[in-house]
Write a protein that binds this ligand. Structure first.
Ligand code: VG1
Ligand code: CO
Length: 543
């Protein structure tokens, strides 16, 4: 195999964000742009003889071309084999599983997750380490610094691989194996959950609706829900994978999964409904006319984990991202296990899981997962809920309300202001920081500020420190407001405001979160001067 060295010049914007490098497709299509980043990943690694790379993406526009390029570069950079999902497709949790199961030297995942796909929309790429998890900051920083100095990349001129044909293609000492993207993952799920109980539930009058949002989980849902668990085909919607996600925004929340939400709040609603995102790592859980807040979902899965075969011997500990509500902390306290608070992004959970400090983790952004892989996992979360419903023989709403009655309710909401000019968003954050010294002890209606800061995290396993992870305003009553700038968007800046208040009184638990949090929502706008700084008077998305 003849390795060609191609001269290039650096792009200075290849800094990975919360979850890899995300840019418009048009940016990735510039000559050398993808190659520079991939070479920077490879240059950050020691690639031993015999190394195997896992490769796959969420199937969005530009996935297939990028896969062919990365195969040629992997061959040139000394990998002996690439494992690639059929059609170049692997959900993010399935990719994590493949990396772990076949002990590959990590993997490259092509995804912009919940961001829209298509020629004018988004593409993304990230490297996952051999534990199956997103590269930690010290590696993403190394990749970024290599990308700023890169002079050349390497590739081998191979014929295009037929990605639709399962099996091995040998090219000299290098090979590509196209694997079934679904089977290994479905087997893993079957080994963890009580499929017999869920099958019996589906055979009763219990009905479900799963919305694949035209994204990567469609084939996985077909295999798991209809083939293995016997749900009728009508239980699935939007499960045909499309490069543009059917022109939609594959983000499973009350705004973007509106088709499913209408069904759930309509007449003849199913008993259970769920959706997942572009790359299959997020989930939304709904009952009949009822929405489960992701932070509550994590807490409820933790509290009921003993009902799930994989966790019946207990949990080592739990972790949540800082902006995620403290509902799971209350469960951990009662179970007498540790609860860790990390910055936003799954890359911070990996060390805790590798060190056996935690079994379950989650984020308020519709991400829940466990140590079965090192990514959040949408279908896994759906199966957790189905297993719990089957074991408790109660509705989703009854399970959530019983949980609140026992632990109190952490009333929670997130308001996103998307597509704000960067200077305006920075002004909002700067205005907040400027008040750090004067806010403590100030009284705003029923809220008195206790402390405020910009969250920092010290990894308890390797001691690495991450600063600037979100502004927290903590009130004396335990309520709090968090302000963060998104690290996954590609259009200007997105300000996220996270609001949380603890309500122990069962008589108040029926209240809509927006009503219960109304005074705090107003206070968040007053403190941040968001309307004055941005001219926006309503959030783009409320979850
Ligand atoms: C968002 C979420 C974060 C999540 C990340 C990746 O990041 O808030 O919790 O880990 O997306 O999820 P940000 O920086 O935009 O707030 V995924 O499903 O897009 O890979
Ligand atoms: Co995702």
């Amino acid at each position: 195999m003849q390795v060609s060295l191609i001269s290039t010049t650096p792009f200075l914007d290849q800094k990975p964000g919360t979850s890899g490098l995300r840019k418009k497709v048009k940016v990735f299509q510039q000559a050398h742009y993808l190659e520079n980043f991939v070479q920077s990943i490879f240059d950050s690694l020691e690639i031993p003889a015999g190394a195997v790379l896992t490769l796959g993406g969420d199937g969005r526009y530009y996935n297939a071309q990028a896969i062919q390029t990365i195969i040629k570069m992997a061959a040139a950079n000394g990998f002996s084999k690439v494992l690639v999902g059929r059609g170049g497709i692997l959900s993010t949790p399935a990719a994590s599983h493949v990396i772990r199961k076949y002990q590959t030297l990590g993997g490259i995942i092509l995804s912009a997750s919940h961001n829209p796909g298509g020629p004018d929309d988004d593409f993304g790429i990230k490297y996952n380490t051999p534990n199956g998890g997103p590269a930690p900051e010290k590696i993403t920083e190394a990749i970024f610094s290599i990308s700023k100095a890169i002079q050349q990349y390497q590739l081998v001129d191979l014929p295009a691989i037929n990605l639709n044909q399962l099996g091995l293609t040998q090219l000299d000492s290098f090979s590509v194996e196209v694997i079934d993207p679904v089977r290994d993952y479905a087997d893993l799920m079957e080994s963890m959950f009580d499929f017999a109980a869920i099958r019996a539930l589906f055979a009763s009058s219990f009905s479900i609706k799963f919305d694949g949002m035209h994204a990567v989980t469609g084939p996985y849902a077909q295999e798991i829900f209809t083939q293995r668990l016997g749900a009728p085909a009508t239980s699935l919607m939007n499960c045909q994978v499309s490069e543009t996600f059917g022109g939609g925004h594959p983000d499973p929340n009350l705004t973007y999964a509106e088709e499913l939400v209408k069904i759930v709040y309509g007449s003849n609603a199913p008993d259970f409904a769920a959706a997942s995102d572009g790359d299959g790592d997020r989930n939304m859980i709904l009952g009949k006319g009822f929405f489960v807040t992701p932070s509550d979902s994590l807490a409820i899965i933790a509290a009921n984990a003993h009902l799930i075969p994989a966790y019946k011997s207990g949990l080592a500990g739990v972790a949540r991202s800082m902006p995620t509500s403290g509902a799971v902390d209350r469960v951990a306290q009662k179970m007498n296990i540790d609860c860790y608070e990390t910055p936003t992004g799954w890359k911070f959970f990996g060390n805790l899981m590798d060190a056996d400090k935690v079994t379950l983790c989650g984020e308020e952004s519709f991400g829940t997962g466990s140590n079965h892989v090192r990514e959040k996992d949408g279908l896994w979360a759906v199966l957790c809920w189905l297993n719990i419903v089957a074991a408790r023989k109660q509705s989703v709403e009854a399970i959530v309300k019983a949980h609140w009655a026992e632990y109190g309710r952490n009333v929670y909401s997130r308001h996103d202001y998307e597509g704000i000019p960067t200077e305006q968003a920075n002004a909002v954050m700067a205005h907040l920081k400027a008040q750090f010294d004067t806010l403590p002890s100030r009284v705003f209606g029923r809220y008195t500020v206790a402390t405020c800061d910009d969250f920092s995290y010290t990894d308890p396993v390797d001691g690495s420190v991450s600063h600037g992870q979100g502004i927290r305003v903590l009130f004396q009553c335990g309520s709090r407001i968090v302000f963060r700038l998104s690290g996954t968007g590609t259009d200007g800046a997105t300000i996220r405001i996270y609001l949380e208040a603890y309500e122990p009184d069962v008589k108040q638990h029926h209240l809509d979160a927006q009503v219960a949090l109304a005074e705090m929502i107003q206070l968040a706008l007053t403190l941040s001067q968001l309307v004055e700084n941005t001219g926006r008077n309503a959030p783009t998305v409320i979850t």
